[in-house]
Design a protein around this ligand. Sequence first.
Ligand code: NAP
Ligand code: ZN
Ligand code: ZN
Length: 347
Amino acid sequence: MASTKSYAAQAATTPLAPWTINRRDPKPHDVQIEIKYCGVCHSDLHTARNEWGGTVYPCVPGHEIVGVVTAVGDHVKKFKVGDLAGVGCLVDSCRECENCKDDLEQFCLNGMVGTYNGEQKDGSGITFGGYSKSIVVDEAFVLSISDKLPLDAVAPLLCAGITTYSPLRHWKIGKGHKVAVLGLGGLGHMGVKLAVSMGADVTMLSHTASKEKDAARLGAHHFVLTSDAEQVKKVMGSFDFILDTVSADHDYNFYLGLLKANGVMVCVGAPPSPAQIPAFNLIFGRKSIAGSLIGGIAETQEMLDYCAEHDIVSDIELIAMKDINEAYERMLKGEVRYRFVIDMATL
Ligand code: NAP
Ligand code: ZN
Ligand code: ZN
């Protein structure tokens, strides 16, 4: 066991503060990683504050992890000491069920193990995430990271990147598709970059007027301020696909109205309250509303390789570990441009 510095929430209402955790010694298939950077996902905040229920305290969030391999178990084949490595949102699954065999470990029928707040399969307790100095993970759940891209800006790809890449690929988005990305935050800005890189015509739907210039810089072809009725009227019934990344409660019915016939709205944002959607809003226009959760390990590696090839990273603001609580408040105010990343040298 290695005693490891971390930052944890001790309860839903207390700020995150320094705490010490124990990491296991590497088992034969394990990779030990010194964490260099960890992105700050809105899911970290939802979980630390128990907004979805089910948080076990103390809770160490963080699932956008990149670092350097410091030790490997005897049977590890993919990694050696000194390699760059990444860990995303899951660290284990049963590996035997239909979904695991289909490279969809995130939907493991026996329950995937989240990087934090997950129950470990060996009975050793709850997982602790990347707001820490090191982590030990089975190599089957560790990703290879290219040295071509800036490591700090790669971190958010491990959640924000794969969460937007996976639905765009699943629904085969590309040239000729009119795509709207709803919400310009961590997920949203990756959604814009990826959808543009795949050849789609991309509209940013945002409730923040000041983000219009950024949306254009990120590659969006059009911008619609969702509080401006005139602007919204012009795009009613016009999109093939809406990628909804909004973290707060919002009216899905309003956005379903922006879909063309046969259009699909995919929810990746996970607001705390359930939605009410009259069937008629789907019946008229044969519209679909769907969801998508991160991505499997093979697809996450595919996305990382795709981003290295296309020179795609996250736009980040590097912060010190001690500033995490302020970062959460700024994320809630929509002030992040567009992902906070913690520099673990400051822990
Ligand atoms: P974020 O950086 O805070 O971005 C959320 C964006 O939502 C904001 O930038 C804002 O964009 C928009 N928004 C916020 N409040 C709003 C409101 N009241 N009405 C309308 N729009 C509002 O968060 P994130 O890290 O991208 O995460 C977004 C959501 O995805 C969270 O719920 C998170 O838990 C979830 N998530 C899901 C998965 C998955 O696998 N499905 C993975 C990761 C995260 P504008 O200012 O442009 O309107
Ligand atoms: Zn996340
Ligand atoms: Zn499984």
